[in-house]
Design a protein around this ligand. Structure first.
Ligand SMILES: [Zn+2]
Length: 141
């Protein structure tokens, strides 16, 4: 990691069958000078094979106002550490509606059988905790 280390605020997510512990690190603002709104760090600890290291993914988050449904907020997540992963994941959440109505364009998020998506769950958590900028008035940019 060549990044400047920053202080994350951590929140716990509910465990899943695969991960016994999931944590979301949140850093507000532009950490890398790439105009992101925030940085999400997702730390997952496998339920089995406990000697494996935690899986850590870091994403730059940008809010988007393109093609957003009424009552929702949409975000683009990009992992700059993963050269293969050059595409954005688009996450859309309805405030107060929980994970049922949230969407993500990643493989887990678009699968009908996957129980959860870490991007969707992570963003929902930081919005519920009130740390990812409050809902802006319907200003377009
Ligand atoms: Zn996802």
């Amino acid at each position: 990691m060549t990044h400047t280390e920053v202080a994350y605020v951590y929140f716990e997510l509910a465990p899943t069958a695969t991960y016994r512990r999931r944590r979301i690190g949140f850093f507000p603002g532009d950490k890398l000078g790439d105009s992101r709104s925030a940085t999400l760090r997702i730390v997952q600890e496998k339920a089995k094979r406990s000697r494996e290291r935690d899986e850590i993914d870091e994403y730059g988050v940008v809010e988007t106002f393109e093609r957003v449904h009424n009552g929702a907020r949409a975000f683009l997540l990009r992992n700059p550490d993963n050269p293969v992963d050059t595409e954005f994941y688009r996450v859309e959440v309805y405030l107060g509606a929980g994970p049922k109505w949230a969407t993500c364009t990643c493989r887990a998020g678009t699968s009908r059988t996957a129980p959860s998506c870490k991007h969707r769950d992570g963003l929902l958590k930081v919005i519920e905790e009130g740390v990812l900028c409050p809902l802006r008035p319907s200003r377009r940019r």
